[in-house]
Ligand binder design. Structure first.
Ligand code: DC
Length: 227
């Protein structure tokens, strides 16, 4: 559909379906998909596993220098997040990481490192990246910026079902608290808070299924292509 390679930024609150949409768009357009949240999760996992006292600037910098994050296809053919050569895709989705990731993502040194890597990944364009600051900070010149929203109850149900299906022992209330807590920290932090870019287009997917949300996004992209 697209002749010229562009950058597509997908931002929004937790569990709005950003990664589903971004993956679907990348697949239809034969673009690279990057889950920037997975990178913040991988850093958080490293901090937990290595008991990094990240309030100490030297310890923080030293830890960041030792972290390498990649996205590769795992044995089952799915794209996985690798932390220092190890597939950590399942671990970074667990509640222990979810409960600490917003605090880690608020640290400016962490953001500086990851934003630099994200910009490198998008240098050739032909990329769909989802996150919180993609349209505002990482790629302020992205050709398409989507801001996804969905009703809170729907988001909680989606995340609860996802975690349950992975066998996580968790209640719906715990999921709801975690989402609210993360949204609060993500949107009130000083460095690159979650906000809608001025030129982003809002897509509320509360009443849309996966295919419908993809079609809505493709309609927006087609409008840009035909400008
Ligand atoms: O998309 P996610 O829920 O996996 O993201 C995990 C956390 O990382 C989220 O609470 C906020 C943070 N994050 C961020 O600050 N900036 C991004 N570009 C992506 C994620």
């Amino acid at each position: 559909m697209l002749l010229k390679k562009i950058v597509i930024a997908v931002d929004g609150y937790s569990s709005c379906g950003k990664s589903t949409l971004a993956k679907d768009l990348a697949s239809v357009l034969a673009y690279i998909y990057i889950d920037s949240g997975a990178m913040y999760r991988a850093v958080t996992l490293y901090f937990i596993n290595n008991k990094v006292k990240f309030h100490d600037k030297d310890e923080l910098q030293n830890a960041l220098n030792n972290i390498s994050i990649e996205f590769k296809n795992s044995i089952d053919g799915k794209c996985s997040t690798y932390l220092n050569g190890k597939d950590v895709e399942a671990e970074i989705r667990q509640m222990e990481v979810s409960s600490k990731v917003s605090e880690v993502a608020a640290i400016s040194e962490v953001r500086r490192k990851l934003v630099q890597e994200q910009r490198k990944m998008g240098a050739e364009k032909g990329i769909v990246m989802d996150g919180r600051d993609i349209g505002t900070v990482v790629f302020p010149n992205a050709e398409i910026k989507l801001f996804l929203t969905a009703d809170e109850d729907i988001r909680v149900d989606r995340r609860f079902d996802e975690l349950k299906s992975k066998g996580e022992e968790i209640t719906r209330d715990e999921v709801k608290e975690n989402l609210k807590h993360r949204d609060y920290i993500d949107s009130t932090r000083e460095d690159s808070p979650l906000m809608k870019a001025k030129d982003a287009i809002t897509l509320n997917n509360s009443k849309l299924d996966r295919k419908e949300q993809l079609n809505e996004a493709l309609k927006i992209i087609k409008t840009y292509v035909h400008q």
